[in-house]
Design a protein around this ligand. Sequence first.
Ligand SMILES: Nc1ncnc2c1ncn2[C@@H]1O[C@H](COP(=O)(O)OP(=O)(O)O)[C@@H](O)[C@H]1O
Ligand code: SF4
Ligand SMILES: [Mg+2]
Length: 393
Amino acid sequence: MRANSTGGSGPLGSGASPGSTVSPRATPVLSISELSVIYGSPSDNVRAVDNVSLDLHPGEVVGLVGESGSGKSTLAYGACRLLRPPALITSGSVRYQGRRMEHPVDILSLRAGQLTSLRWREIAIVFQSAMNALNPVLRVRDQLVDVIHAHLRISHGEAIEKAGSLLDMVGIPRARLRSYPHELSGGMRQRVMIAMALATDPEIVIMDEPTTALDVVVQREILAQILELKEQLAFAVLFITHDLSLLLELADRIAVMYAGQLMEVGTAAEIHHEPAHPYTKRLLHSFPSLRGPRRELTGIGGSPPDLHQPPPGCPFLPRCTEGTDACSQIEVRLAHVASSSDPTHVTACPFVLPDGHVTPRSASQGGGTPRDADVKANGRRGKNGRRARKVNR
Ligand SMILES: Nc1ncnc2c1ncn2[C@@H]1O[C@H](COP(=O)(O)OP(=O)(O)O)[C@@H](O)[C@H]1O
Ligand code: SF4
Ligand SMILES: [Mg+2]
């Protein structure tokens, strides 16, 4: 997929784009293909991730955004095989090709020992609420040194020196090596977690809502620091958040997730200025703009579907103001946005017209004209194996 060409320079300083090291033709460092994950239960399964494909290129920041419960964390942890039962990966592949590796590997096929050496060394994760995961009875130094020793073969003295330089890197004075977690502010603890993730010079850092629990000022400082470190160390970032406004400044590309599926993927500029999917548009209207004219915030009425029994066809239909009966027949899949000159700007709504508008809702709610290839007739199965419901016209 293409690198960002947004040229945006928000309050986070350089933003992701101007200093981006992403090459348009670079082989993805991580390629998630048709990944599906369920949470099994005796009565029913939750389809938390449904046939999702997403690439991450070297040095790229990809933002994964969606409401709570849309499957963002499950997608990221599933790709690293960090999920525990009742989670079950039912299909897909996750290809990883790092600089230090001779050949690409499929993470989903690795043995336990191979996985251990891949995690943290190649792919590090800053978990949701990670700052609360520090051990309260160990000094910061000992926790950093533990991680360093677990993954790198260096002496104790070298590990302590490295722990100090990691704190330098995230803007915390070295004297804090002696601190216990309760002696640090929330922002500092989160910085320690980021330092820990970077301890082994990973190729990819997955950040799951890393700043959600912090106040806006600290959040901005940390985000600016993440971008700075990314430029310095050239790692790629999968940044998970429910806050689309934040990603518009931070990410090279943005993937919008809803009900376990991707609704739209595009550069930050495309998502910001030329959103194609009705859900993306509604998300954009859910927060105020810092610049530009004042506008009414409309939010998104209703709530996401129950993933035990997702509705047939487009999962956004119950909340979509443009939806028609035809929408319940489509097979959700990403296709090029006709109005976009970028072939990698894709949407799961097949009703986006070449002018960027969506086929309007008719009075009878039967006015949709889905592309034939996207409609599955009754009894035929879509690519994801789901049987489409017949709709009487
Ligand atoms: N351990 C679990 N058992 C059953 N369902 C789960 C479990 N963890 C998450 N889910 C469900 O999977 C869906 C996706 O969750 P999650 O990946 O945490 O979403 P997000 O990170 O976008 O908030 C949600 O519907 C959630 O309720
Ligand atoms: S127009 Fe139909 S297919 Fe497109 S987002 Fe709305 S409900 Fe989904
Ligand atoms: Mg989550």
